[in-house]
Design a protein. Structure first.
Length: 377
C-alpha cells in the first residue's frame, strides 16, 4: 500500500501551487517517502485547474474538482475518502505550512501509540507570523481556548495534520463538520488519545487572500456545539436545557415587571409564565434539541407546554410531600421548594429529550457523492 497521501484543499491557489508542489516533492525525495498529492479544488475561477493539470504531468498529483460544493472541511473529507495512502496528511496550499516538515509529521505518526499529529504553532519552537496584530493573535487564542473541553492539544485548529488511515476510517461515517476546523472534528470523532505536536513556523500566505470570513467564525461556534453534543450527549443537552431555563427566569421577571403596570397581578403573572415558557421553547427547539427542528412546530409546542405542566406538578408534589412529611423540611420550606424545582426540571428535561424532541438525527452526512467528484488524471 502507498505510504502517504497529501491532501490539499484549494480555492484560487494557482500561484501558490506552482511553488508548493515542487517543494513538497523535494521534501518527499529527501526523506525517500512514496506519496500521492491530492488537490481538492472547488472549481476555482482562477488558473488553479490548468495549473494542476500541468503539474500532474511532472508530479504524482491527482486533482479532484467539485462543481456543486464549496467549503474547506468537506473538501478535505472528499480528499481523505479518495486517498490511497496508509498515512493521510492535510495541509494548506498557501505556503503557510512548511512542506519541509512533512517527513517529521510522518515519522511522529509512525510511532506505535500516536494516532494524530499536528504541525503546531503553539508548542515550544512553533510560531505564528510576525506580522500578526493583537486582534488576530487574540482571536486565534480564544478560538483555541474554546476547543479545550475536547482535547489537550495546544493547536487543534491547525490545518496541518496527519492521521492514520485506519483511525480515519473509524469516524468516516459520523463526520459532520461545518466551516474550517476539520482537524478538531477528526480528533474528537476518531477519539484520538495520543496527539503529538511538531512545532512549525506558520507564515502568512504567499499569494492570494484568506477565505476565513466572519461567517466561518460563527460556524465554528455551531461546530463546537455539535462536538459538545457528540462528546457529552445527555449531559450536554441538560446543561443547555438548564441554562435556557435560567434565561426563562429573567424573561419571566422582566415581563412581570412590565405587565404589572397595566394588568392585575393574576393576569400579569399568567402572561409572564406563558411568555417565558414560549421563549424557552424557541431556544430549546433551536439550540438544545436543534436535531428535532424540522418536526412540526405546533405539535411540538403543545407537547412542550404539556411537559412543562407535568414538571410543575412534580415540582409542586415534591415540595408539598417534603414540607409536610419530613420535620426537617417543615421549617425549611424554601429548601423543599428548591428540591421541588430540581425534581420538576428533571422530569421536564426527560420528557423533552425523549418525547417532545424525540428523534435524533443521524450524525453522519455523506460529505460528497461520487458524482460530484470528477477525477482528472
Ligand atoms: N476546496 C476548498 N474549498 N478549499 C478551500 C476553501 C473552500 O471553500 N476555502 C479555503 N480553502 C483552502 C485554501 O485554498 C487554502 O489552501 C486552505 O483551504 C486554507 O484556507 P485559507 O483561506 O488560507 O485559510 P486561513 O489561512 O485563514 O486559515 C488557516 O488557518 C486556520 C487556523 O488559523 C487554515 O489552515 C485553517 O485550516 C486553520 O483553521
Ligand atoms: Mn491561509
Amino acid at each position: 500500500m502507498l505510504q502517504l497521501s497529501i491532501i490539499i484543499p484549494t480555492y484560487c491557489e494557482a500561484e501558490n501551487l506552482t511553488v508548493l508542489i515542487p517543494r513538497i516533492n523535494a521534501a518527499l525525495s529527501d526523506a525517500s517517502l512514496e506519496a500521492e498529492i491530492i488537490v481538492v479544488d472547488d472549481n476555482s475561477p482562477d488558473e488553479t485547474i490548468p495549473v494542476c493539470k500541468s503539474l500532474a504531468e511532472k508530479f504524482p498529483l491527482k486533482l479532484i474538482t467539485r462543481e456543486n460544493e464549496r467549503g474547506l472541511s468537506t473538501a478535505v473529507i472528499a480528499g481523505l475518502n479518495a486517498a490511497a495512502g496508509e498515512i493521510l496528511l492535510v495541509m494548506d496550499a498557501d505556503l503557510s505550512h512548511p512542506p519541509e516538515k512533512i517527513p517529521e509529521l510522518v515519522s511522529a505518526l509512525n510511532q506505535p501509540h500516536t494516532d494524530f499529529v499536528i504541525g503546531s504553532r503553539y508548542v515550544e519552537g512553533g510560531s505564528t507570523d510576525q506580522s500578526w496584530g493583537w486582534f488576530r493573535k487574540w482571536n486565534s487564542r480564544v478560538a483555541t481556548w474554546l476547543s479545550r473541553p475536547f482535547t489537550s492539544a495546544r493547536d487543534p485548529l491547525a490545518g496541518f495534520f496527519a492521521v492514520k488511515r485506519h483511525t480515519y476510517l473509524k469516524a468516516r461515517n459520523i463526520l459532520n463538520p461545518i466551516g474550517y476546523k476539520i482537524g478538531l472534528e477528526l480528533i474528537v470523532k476518531c477519539r484520538c488519545q495520543n496527539v503529538v505536536e511538531i512545532p512549525i513556523e506558520f507564515t502568512d500566505r504567499m499569494a492570494g487572500t484568506s477565505k476565513l470570513s466572519f461567517k466561518e467564525q460563527l460556524h465554528y461556534l455551531k461546530h463546537l456545539k455539535r462536538l459538545f453534543d457528540f462528546k457529552y450527549q445527555n449531559y450536554a443537552y441538560f446543561v443547555q436545557f438548564a441554562l435556557i431555563g435560567l434565561t426563562g427566569v429573567f424573561v419571566n421577571l422582566q415581563m412581570l415587571a412590565l405587565l404589572s403596570i397595566w394588568l392585575i397581578s393574576p393576569v400579569a403573572v399568567a402572561l409572564a409564565i406563558w411568555t417565558s415558557m414560549s421563549t424557552n421553547f424557541l431556544l430549546n427547539r433551536n439550540i438544545t434539541f436543534s436535531y428535532a427542528k424540522h418536526q412540526p412546530f405546533w405539535k411540538q409546542y403543545l407537547s412542550y407546554c404539556g411537559s412543562c405542566l407535568t414538571g410543575a406538578v412534580f415540582n409542586w408534589l415534591t415540595t408539598i410531600v417534603l414540607s409536610r412529611s419530613i420535620l426537617f423540611f417543615e421549617k425549611r420550606i424554601l429548601l423543599a421548594a428548591f428540591i421541588g424545582i430540581l425534581v420538576g426540571m428533571g422530569f421536564n428535561f426527560l420528557l423533552c429529550r425523549y418525547l417532545v424532541f424525540s428523534k435524533h438525527k443521524p450524525a453522519a452526512e455523506t460529505p460528497a457523492t461520487e458524482k460530484e467528484l470528477r477525477h482528472t488524471k
